[in-house]
Design a protein around this ligand. Structure first.
Ligand code: KIV
Ligand code: ZN
Length: 518
């Protein structure tokens, strides 16, 4: 039997710290369910003290998702630990995850504490957390820029205080794989309880593009928990991508000699769901889940693949849940067939929701000759990515052409009230966006716009992703339609609804102490 490596997913906590990736409670629960189906061992649902919305979301995940351990993050302070405990307590397997910096830089400038004080706080707060919950993880923040002897003292002290997982964080993505392997071996030699009394875990950021390589090096050095996120989301350049670490371990099983509990056929679905919910699209050439990851362009490669797939493919696309484009349904298909196909694709639609989903399917089937699995996935993901709607498009029309001033007419509802107007712009999409701005009385800055075709053919759906900045916040929105101007309008309104949801969340009465960021 190979040794098992536990997969600790932090998409809903570190991943959500990506600019523009905020999720509401409903979205977090939906993603958490997909992570459970994926087979993650530990699911970090959020940082409960950071905002009332996050507290509520962690609690909702703790109630809704039963199989994995549910972790809540806390700084080394009683208020943080209390909030984390209150939020994760309903889980079948709750965990409090406390963290404290151990590097000279962080201790001096961020914490303004001496090493002796940090050592004392780490031990006391771990003990306090352990008095509430039996599963405690301690993270040494910025561990990879810490003095290894001091780090060992802290690790020893927190294990003595009851921590059963010790997480060594490469918080700023600084270390290299061979240095990390050496550091972890050194640490285990200095603290023999690491590996026997407590699980060694690692948490790698991707600032130098080394997060996956560092996580794998750590596993070779004895780490038995790896922290990662779907699509590599996370602070700055993100965290180690779950799909990359897991597929490296699976594809190179003989080399690493370890296994995980991940159901790899769920990877594509989880990746798409997270992209839809956060609005952060996956780059085409992203390893494992990018659109090009299994595409072969060069004639020599295509020829090789046709002769023997293994010539240019080290993984089977089916192992990550990718299916060949399949014609599934058309405009004559009924509700029952739609429900069954969606079930096969991993979406269980409640009977009460079916009429709405069916109506949208019929709209799409009217526009497209062939409805592919990918189209159905987009249809379902749009549902996940949609926050409660303040703004809803009712009608969009744009005209443009050589020698014409591009013009748009838009009708939309704002909190249920219909408003309409028209305007001009540099192109049809610009005209639509300016008209929407005037109707909703907002002027966000459009900082990103990207479009792509979801399937082949001239009747393919176009998918648009936009990024807006408003009041210092970055929001992403996605929309899909066979008409690219409509897809653009949907993406823009999706981002505006996220902005409205965020503003609403901030107006909520706090259930826990005030807002803070890690
Ligand atoms: O990057 C980091 O150090 C973290 C810790 C809270 C584990 O996210
Ligand atoms: Zn992190």
């Amino acid at each position: 039997m190979p040794a098992m490596v536990k997969v600790f997913d932090t998409t809903l906590r570190d991943g959500e710290q990506s600019p523009g990736a905020s999720l509401d409670v409903k979205q977090k629960v939906e993603v958490a369910r997909a992570l459970q189906a994926l087979g993650v061992d530990i699911l970090e649902a959020g940082f409960p003290i950071s905002s009332p919305g996050d507290f509520e979301a962690v609690q909702a995940v703790a109630k809704a998702v039963r199989r994995p351990v549910i972790a809540g993050l806390a700084r080394c302070s009683p208020a943080d630990i209390d909030a984390a405990w209150k939020a994760v307590k309903p889980a079948q397997f709750p965990r409090i995850h406390v963290f404290l910096s151990t590097s000279p830089l962080h201790m001096q400038y961020k914490l303004k504490k001496s090493p002796a004080e940090v050592l004392k706080i780490a031990a006391e707060m771990t003990k306090y957390a352990r008095s509430l919950c039996k599963d405690i993880e301690f993270s040494a923040e910025d561990a990879t820029r810490s003095d290894v002897n001091f780090l060992a003292k802290v690790v020893h002290a927190v294990i003595e205080s009851g921590a059963r997982t010790i997480n060594i964080a490469d918080t700023v993505g600084y270390i290299t794989p061979d240095e990390f392997e050496r550091l972890l071996k050194d640490l285990q030699a200095k603290v023999p309880a690491l590996g026997t009394k407590a699980v060694l875990s690692v948490h790698c950021h991707n600032d130098l593009g080394l997060a996956t390589a560092n996580s794998l090096a750590a596993i070779r050095a004895g780490a038995r928990q790896v922290e990662c996120t779907i699509n590599g989301l996370g602070e700055r350049a993100g965290n180690a991508a779950l799909e990359e670490v897991v597929m490296a371990l699976k594809t190179r099983r003989a080399y690493f000699g370890v296994a995980t509990n991940i159901q790899t056929r769920e990877l594509t679905r989880a990746s798409r769901l997270v992209a839809a919910a956060t609005g952060i699209a996956v780059q085409r050439n992203k390893a494992i889940v990018g659109a090009n990851a299994f595409a072969h362009e060069a004639g020599i490669h295509q020829d090789g693949i046709l002769k023997q797939r293994l010539t240019y493919e080290i993984m089977d696309a089916k192992d990550i849940g990718l299916q060949e484009n399949q014609l599934v349904l058309g405009k004559h298909s009924g509700r029952h067939a739609l429900k069954r196909r969606l079930h096969e694709l991993g979406y269980d639609v409640a009977d009460a929701d079916l009429p709405k989903v069916f109506e949208r399917f019929k709209d799409l089937a009217d526009k497209k000759k062939e409805v592919f699995d990918e189209d159905l996935q987009v249809l379902m993901e749009e549902r996940t990515g949609a926050p409660r709607e303040v703004y809803a498009l009712d009608h969009v029309q744009a005209t443009s052409g050589s020698g014409m001033v591009p013009t748009a007419a838009v009708r939309l509802s704002v909190d249920g009230k219909l408003v309409q107007g028209s305007g001009t712009g540099d192109g049809p999409v610009d005209a639509v966006y300016k008209t929407i701005d005037a109707l909703v009385g907002r002027q966000p800055k459009l900082t990103g716009y990207a479009s792509k075709a979801i399937t082949g053919g001239t009747d393919a759906q176009g998918e648009v992703t936009v990024q807006l900045v408003s009041g210092g916040r970055t929001l992403t929105g996605r929309g899909a339609h066979t008409d690219i101007v409509l897809a653009s309008a949907k993406a823009y309104v999706n981002a505006l609804n996220r902005l409205a949801a965020l503003e609403r969340q901030r107006r909520h009465k706090p259930a826990v102490p005030k807002k803070t960021k890690k």
